[in-house]
Design a protein around this ligand. Structure first.
Ligand code: PMP
Length: 288
């Protein structure tokens, strides 16, 4: 595997960043997870736009233009002979001093890794996932806008561990007001009485790119999507539920906090979302 590191392609084992990089010292940086399907990078422009907005929000000047980043992403895929895979693009504040101040960080570090990801075992896409609410809360939007896809995922990791400790693969994270924010790396949708509802960014949800794809699928199916605060009770009462994310794609949820969703099997609407999603991925991407 060859990794893009600040303009060079280096073998995986030699792809190293400094211990003085503020991405390492403080998680000071941003990232994107992107998918490559059949030689096409899915929603590349949208991912790069979100990266630019994340950079702007944390006052980090990206050292490359959108087109340069797009080309670097495509070239990383080509260098690795990939036609399907998962791409991790990250930009850190760069190498600096030991203090918090980013003033000594002159050049951001840009890394692109193109590899594989299997977030959930295959059978869960057919049988559905059982998820559970965990104690660790999503970072308050007042502390850090949830739209910023930063390298600070510690509380999401804690939430994941809490779910795993009790035998679940995925966790529901609430916000400080007790409303559902999202899962540890996925947005959440429910279907209730012909309404498809997902949580708003104000509740702590990331503005997910797969979430937008799901909203487009919903409008193709003449189903209105609403962004609304959801309680755990809303999830327990849902007729259908699914998660969306670049790595997870669209995955059905069949149990929330020990309560069956619908009849405890992936719902028909969810199944058609999955089908429609698959038909979009390789035709709507940028050819590498
Ligand atoms: N929420 C969080 C916290 C995430 O990290 C992600 C991305 N893995 C998502 C939601 C889904 O976003 P996207 O569809 O853009 O991958």
């Amino acid at each position: 595997m060859k990794v893009y590191l600040n303009g060079d392609f280096v073998p995986k084992d030699e792809a190293r960043v400094s211990v003085f990089d503020h991405g390492v010292l403080y998680g000071d940086g941003i990232f994107e997870g992107i998918r490559l399907y059949d030689g096409c990078v899915f929603k590349l422009d949208e991912h790069l736009e979100r990266l630019e907005l994340s950079a702007k929000a944390i006052l980090l000047d990206l050292p490359m233009s959108r087109e340069e980043l797009a080309e670097a992403v495509c070239e990383t895929c080509r260098q690795n002979g990939l036609s399907n895979g998962y791409i991790r693009l990250l930009v850190t504040r760069g190498v600096g001093h030991l203090g918090l101040s980013p003033r000594g960080c002159e050049t951001p570090t840009v890394v692109i890794i193109a590899g594989d990801i299997q977030l959930y075992p295959k059978e869960y896409y057919e049988e559905g996932l059982k998820i559970i609410t965990v104690p660790t809360r999503r970072i308050s939007p007042a502390a850090l806008p949830p739209m910023v896809k930063s390298l600070n995922y510690l509380n999401n990791i804690l939430a994941k561990i809490e779910a795993q400790q009790v035998g679940f693969l995925e966790a529901i994270m609430l916000n400080d007001d007790g409303f559902v924010a999202e899962c540890t790396g996925d947005n959440i949708f429910i279907l209730f009485k012909d309404r498809l509802i997902t949580t708003p960014t104000s509740s702590g949800a990331l503005r997910g790119i797969t979430r937008d794809v799901a909203c487009n699928i919903a409008s193709e199916m003449e189903l209105a999507t609403e962004m609304e605060n959801l309680t755990r009770y809303d999830l327990w009462s849902a007729e259908e539920c699914f998660l969306t994310g670049t790595a997870a794609e669209i995955i059905p949820v069949v149990e929330v906090d020990g309560r069956k969703v619908g009849n405890g099997k992936p719902g028909d609407v969810t199944k058609s979302f999955l089908k429609r999603f698959k038909s979009k991925v390789s035709v709507e991407g940028r050819k590498i």
